[in-house]
Design a protein around this ligand. Structure first.
Ligand SMILES: Nc1ncnc2c1ncn2[C@@H]1O[C@H](COP(=O)(O)OP(=O)(O)OP(=O)(O)O)[C@@H](O)[C@H]1O
Ligand SMILES: Cc1ncc(CO)c(N)n1
Length: 508
């Protein structure tokens, strides 16, 4: 879909919460390209308005012409107008250019209570309202336009909105933010009397600066993007409520603070670079388990496997647990295959499951000579339980949990084989030479690369909360990898738990 160009014609707020600054943020947050022509410079902050400067209207006309002479305008939002001359200038430009969507927020008073429209301009306002497709008055503004007292009830609000809609031939979104009570309902009333009500509990916040500006810009953008009026208002309100709800996350000013216009987008991960690319995540996660990797390298099981002094019984006890582990790991990989969203990933996990089973059979048959293996140790059980539990979370989390088994094993295997963990490991006479060589396998290295690419790409595309759960599952599996090596008793050293030791009676 083409990106819509939305022009705000409004006053400025140097603190960024209202006026054109809020409009530009609201337009962007709702999917449009924002533009702004300034009607008035307002020296204001979250506490109040200090001064207003209205530049000569010739200059406003020049700004408007500069935009419309060059840019396709898909919607216009009109905010603070300030003086009768400004109203006339904008009205003449609207009559000449006839933008496809015009939303007028008849700004009269700031949230702080300060006037933003001279009393003499209220009459001139009546001239511009019929040029709108929608006007978005709050209750006091609706009353001024209707020439009636401020509505205090929902029914009175609907009646006034209906009268104004009929009189000016425009849709009216009457905003109930100023109604007393626990809800903040709005009503969309059309000139023929149709009403769409939007209910919503009042959000407990003092941050209402710029809500009206932001809502009208959001509606203009949604309509320009093709929504019908009720849907567009509904979408804009949902966005406004989400942004209002998150406003406490900002620390802007001492008074009535602004909305967090991008709260929803940021939480859904739309900020570039927040999560990083797959290769950033690869580096970050690998660094993130640096300590547990270093601790694993230093385990007696590893150092004595490298130098060949690992007792045979300890090696066989380890192999028995590894065989039990691989059987369960294969089930988890097969489950990942059923969870995978595309055939390539489905195929990869199935292939990996088969690889784990072949490994299990070979270990059992060739290293243990088919001797009975016994029961899984507490550590083996803990690790496989973690993997199985991860399968109850989203697919991406389960995939992240399965990754350290590939990654840490391949890393240790490669370094053992090259002698990086002890020179003897390269010696063909090394008692475990054949076993060490198996982990330097090129096919296993290629599968490890595929698993890393698959998981880090999922993480790069994930929402921040999902990415965090993926990292958590990955990190815990890395800890279990360490514990898995640590559980093997080596001359009494290196065994973490006595409960594990009982299960690690050497096989035969
Ligand atoms: N506390 C709140 N909780 C939920 N929604 C709110 C709250 N306050 C305002 N709104 C909503 O915000 C929008 C703007 O309403 P409001 O009546 O405050 O307009 P306004 O007075 O023109 O705003 P401004 O503060 O910019 O002058 C409406 O959709 C209204 O329902
Ligand atoms: C410029 C400007 N427009 C509108 C409002 C109303 O919130 C404001 N405070 N400032």
């Amino acid at each position: 879909m083409e990106i819509v160009n939305v022009l705000s014609i409004a006053g400025a707020d140097p603190t960024g919460g209202a006026g054109i600054q809020a409009d530009l943020k609201a337009i962007a947050a709702n999917g449009g390209y924002g533009m702004a022509a300034v009607t008035a410079l307002v020296a204001q902050n979250t506490c109040g308005v200090r001064d207003v400067h209205v530049p000569p209207t010739d200059f406003l006309a020049a700004q408007l012409a500069a935009v419309s002479d060059d840019v396709r305008i898909d919607a216009v939002k009109v905010g603070m107008l300030g003086t009768p001359e400004v109203i006339t200038t904008v009205a003449e430009w609207l009559e000449r250019t006839r933008p496809p969507v015009v939303v007028i927020d008849p700004v009269m008073v700031a949230a702080s209570g300060d006037r933003l429209l001279g009393a003499e301009a209220e009459a001139a306002l009546q001239r511009i309202l019929p040029l709108a497709d929608l006007i978005t008055p709050n209750l006091p503004e609706l009353a001024v336009i209707a020439g009636a007292p401020v509505a205090e009830t929902w029914d009175a609000m609907l009646e006034q909105a209906g009268a104004v809609a009929a009189q000016h031939g425009v849709r009216v979104l009457a905003k109930g933010g100023h109604l007393a009570g626990p809800s903040s309902p709005d009503a969309l009333v059309d000139p023929s009397g149709g009403v769409v009500a939007f209910a919503g509990a009042r959000i407990a916040t003092g941050n209402s600066h710029g809500t009206g500006c932001s809502l009208s810009s959001a509606v203009a953008t949604r309509i320009a993007r093709g929504a019908d009026w009720a849907t567009g208002v509904g979408a804009a309100r949902a966005w406004l409520r989400e942004s209002l709800q998150a406003s406490d996350a900002l620390d802007v000013g001492q008074g009535s603070g602004p909305l967090h216009h991008f709260a929803g987008l940021w939480s859904r991960g739309a900020v570039d670079g927040a999560g990083g690319t797959a290769s950033d995540i690869r580096a970050e996660w690998w660094d993130g388990i640096a300590e547990v990797r270093a601790a694993t390298d230093a385990l007696p099981f590893i150092t004595r496997l490298a130098d060949g002094s690992l007792p045979r019984e300890a090696f066989l006890a380890y192999v028995a647990q590894d065989s039990l582990y691989l059987g369960e790991y294969a089930r988890v990989l097969a489950r990942l295959s059923t969870l995978a969203p595309d055939p390539a990933a489905q195929r990869f996990w199935l292939h990996a499951a088969q690889g784990a089973l072949i490994g299990e059979l070979e270990l059992h048959r060739d290293r243990l000579d088919g001797a009975p293996i016994g029961a899984p140790s507490p550590t083996t059980t803990g690790y496989t339980n973690h993997l199985v539990a991860s399968c109850s979370d989203e697919y991406a989390v389960a995939a992240a949990a399965a990754l350290p088994c590939f990654w840490m094993y391949s890393d240790i295997g490669t370094r053992l084989f090259r002698g990086e963990l002890g020179e003897r490991a390269c010696d063909p006479e090394h008692p475990y030479a054949e076993w060490i060589a198996a982990y330097d396998d090129a096919a296993f290295a290629a599968d490890t690369e595929s698993a890393i690419a698959l998981v880090t790409e999922l993480a790069a595309a994930a929402r921040p909360d999902l990415r965090e759960r993926m990292w958590g599952a990955f990190r815990i599996s890395a800890e279990w990898e360490h514990d898995f090596f640590r559980q093997t008793a080596v001359d009494g050293a290196g065994s973490a738990r006595s409960a594990d030791r009982e299960h690690l009676v050497p096989v035969s």
